[in-house]
Design a protein around this ligand. Structure first.
Ligand SMILES: [Zn+2]
Length: 272
């Protein structure tokens, strides 16, 4: 199998398990390589060491993507929960704009091969601070990978893409359109469709729900990928609780006014 379009060089690690006996990759696990100041090649060499106990599929920094383990084999990066189905990317912890753009391009190339894999942070699988600065930016990284555009500046540094939503706690079509934009959906119809209907009791503050559609909601599936729950397109309590954790409000699974206003404030930064 040819290497994907984002790979610039390879150095094959002896530290991996052959094959994917549990099935194809279904997630991308984002790591950082730890302390600031280490260089890309040092990390590659370390993960390729003889009799090592760790590895990753890729090491990525601005302008360079080194592949160490084939996607169809299992690298040793995220333990028994993350390794069987995970593709692991070791990212430069400094997370410069160039690092960010390179990792986004790599994710795009991996998805072109394996489908729409959601992004997760290493710390979701093990007790670790990894992936450091990257963890709070997984949504922005996901959006950048989908858009193919140059990444936006970090919201904390420059909240330039303000959408001007009224923070009124009512998620109507304008809010849904802003949400669709923030997660990189190709749709801007302001409607959450499909299986959301079945979870009606859980989101009293969501005004723009179509009960007509039978398909799954593109928006809900993208949001689920970002918050790290199963992408079933169903906006139920588990998904709402994960959204609430992302927004920093009480994770009670109920889409009430606190959640709606927190979402609107977040969307007003131009990101989710
Ligand atoms: Zn890690």
């Amino acid at each position: 199998m040819a290497l994907n379009a984002a790979v610039t060089d390879s150095k094959w690690s002896p530290n991996f398990s052959a094959g994917r006996p549990a099935g194809n990759p279904d997630k991308i696990v984002i790591h950082h390589w730890g302390a600031d100041g280490q260089n890309h090649q040092t990390v590659v060499d370390f993960l390729c060491r003889t009799n090592g106990t760790s590895s990753a599929h890729y090491v990525a920094s601005g302008g360079r993507v080194t592949q160490l383990v084939h996607d169809y084999d299992r690298a040793w990066h995220a333990g028994s929960l993350g390794n069987p189905h995970g593709i692991g990317i070791e990212c430069r912890p400094e997370m410069s704009d160039a690092d960010f753009a390179t990792v986004a391009g790599l994710i795009r190339a991996i998805r072109a091969e394996w489908g729409d894999l959601p992004l997760h942070g290493h710390r979701e699988y093990m007790n670790t601070a990894c992936p450091g600065r990257w963890f709070d930016q997984l949504g922005r990284l996901d959006a950048a990978a989908r858009s193919g555009a140059a990444p936006a500046p970090a919201p904390a540094a420059a909240p330039a893409a303000a959408t001007g939503l009224a923070v009124d706690g009512w998620i109507g079509p304008d809010s849904v359109r802003a949400w669709q934009a923030a997660v990189g959906s190709p749709y801007r119809d302001g409607v959450i469709s499909g299986q959301a209907a079945a979870s009606k009791p859980h989101h009293a503050r969501l005004a723009s729900i179509s009960y007509a559609g039978t398909g799954q909601s593109d928006l809900v599936k993208r949001v689920q990928g970002i918050v790290g729950v199963a992408q079933d397109g169903f906006l139920g309590p588990q998904t709402i609780a994960a959204i609430q954790r992302r927004l920093g409000v009480t994770a009670d699974g109920w889409f009430g006014p606190d959640t709606a206003t927190a979402l609107q404030r977040r969307l007003n930064t131009g990101a989710f």
